[in-house]
Write a new protein. Structure first.
Length: 54
């Protein structure tokens, strides 16, 4: 019986610069680059406005 794919529920930040951040899954060890991130995983919601709109 094949093993279930990892859901990557626990990650840690391993590298970051001003434009990108890389995370590692604590369960399987996979490293994610910024292009692998899903929009739902982004921090905060994007409402199409900035602080200058406040």
């Amino acid at each position: 019986m094949p093993a279930e794919p990892c859901k990557h529920a626990r990650t840690i930040l391993v590298a970051k610069d001003e434009h990108e951040e890389y995370r590692e899954c604590l369960e399987c060890g996979e490293i994610f680059d910024p292009s692998d991130r899903e929009p739902a995983a982004e921090e905060g919601a994007n409402f199409g406005e900035s602080l200058s709109d406040a």
